[in-house]
Design a protein around this ligand. Structure first.
Ligand code: FES
Ligand SMILES: [Fe+2]
Length: 343
């Protein structure tokens, strides 16, 4: 008899086939080290400008390629200088060999899918189930992105996203940046379609340093499993954005990549000031978020939790995440005809 797999295991399986950010585009002047769901990766930009994500372990003697150097379209290992091609991952040069025809034929590293968007480099461990996030409401804007310094948090992706989309904590955690705000939450205007969850909410005027550009609509948008954003729509000033995309280094520990973007027409604070204020806000969240138990949403229902109408947005995100888990159970397409055992 086979043991049924848990929802957590199913979530982990689906996440291996999902896009996550692993580096900021601005950091690719030298190779970067990244970890995605326990797998060590190297992220770099070749001389022709192509961003590459590959397995970090050198198949010669196991050194970490993120300590190496880019040579043209290849990454060179820091230990004995073996080079691997950015496109195929095949070993392309071994300095110790007089005859390059003697390169061991199987010497190669795994190359992952890679795209750059919203100021970050994105990848997936296995064939992605969905296209990389591309929010419709941003396509007509002329956005300038500033990728923030990533933040470390001992929580899972869904807990990190929920914290960003949670509105009932402002009166407590953000007393510093927002000042005194009303703890009572009005009926929330939430809509979900598949993996997308939206909520529109007027920004309450507050005494704190944050939100000193005046009243606006906050258009929240989460796409399960891992993107959350607020588009601030000011009648007088135009639009600006803050967005978070936590990367699961492990199932219960994220590196939160995030950033801000202003429409080039935006007449409020400049991009760096928006980044500074949003970062101060985020830093108020992290100490409490780090105490959340369990550190990732309990998809298997082991822990007791009670919810109210003030949690409507994050509850809908949980529904979207469950749908992501379900849709993630599709088996990857067989690219080669592997031999199968006859029954
Ligand atoms: S360990 Fe990488 S070249 Fe030897
Ligand atoms: Fe917060």
């Amino acid at each position: 008899m086979t043991t049924p797999i848990s929802q957590r295991q199913r979530a982990e399986q689906a996440m291996r086939r999902q896009w996550f950010p692993v580096a900021r585009s601005i950091d690719l002047d030298k190779p970067q080290s990244a970890t995605l769901l326990g797998e060590k990766l190297v992220v770099y930009r070749t001389e022709s400008g192509q961003a590459v994500v590959q397995a970090a372990r050198c198949p010669h003697r196991g050194a970490d390629l993120s300590l190496g150097e880019v040579h043209g379209e290849n990454i060179a290992c820091p230990y004995h200088g073996w080079q691997f091609a950015g496109d195929s991952g095949k070993c392309s040069h071994i300095p110790a060999l007089e005859d390059q025809c003697k390169i061991p034929p199987g010497a190669a590293i795994r190359t992952h899918v890679c795209q750059e968007r919203y100021g970050h480099v994105w990848t997936a461990l296995e064939e992605p189930l969905f296209d990389l996030y591309d929010l419709e409401e941003w396509r007509e804007l002329d956005l300038e992105w500033a990728a923030a310094e990533p933040l470390d948090s001992p929580t899972g992706v869904a807990v990190a996203i929920e914290n960003f989309g949670d509105v009932a904590h402002f009166a407590y955690i953000h007393r510093g940046m927002m000042g005194k705000t009303n703890p009572q939450i009005e009926p929330l205007n939430v809509r979900r379609e598949g993996l997308d969850v939206w909520m529109d909410r007027p920004l309450q005027s507050c005494e704190g340093e944050w939100a000193n550009d005046g009243d606006c609509m906050m258009n929240y948008h989460i796409v399960a499993p891992g993107l959350v954003a607020i588009t601030y729509d000011y009648e007088r000033l135009g639009k600006r954005i803050v967005a978070g995309f936590p990367c699961p280094e492990s199932y219960e520990h994220v590196k939160i990549f995030w950033g801000v973007a202003n429409d080039r027409e935006y007449k409020g604070e400049n991009l760096q000031e928006c980044l500074r204020l949003e970062e101060l806000l985020y830093l108020e969240d992290l100490p409490v978020a780090a105490t959340i138990t369990p550190p990732e949403i309990d998809w298997d229902g082991t822990f007791v939790e009670h919810s109210t109408a003030a949690d409507l947005y994050t509850l809908n995100y949980r529904r979207a995440f469950r749908e992501f888990i379900e849709r993630g159970q599709v088996q990857p397409v067989r690219l080669v005809d592997e031999p199968r055992t006859m029954p």
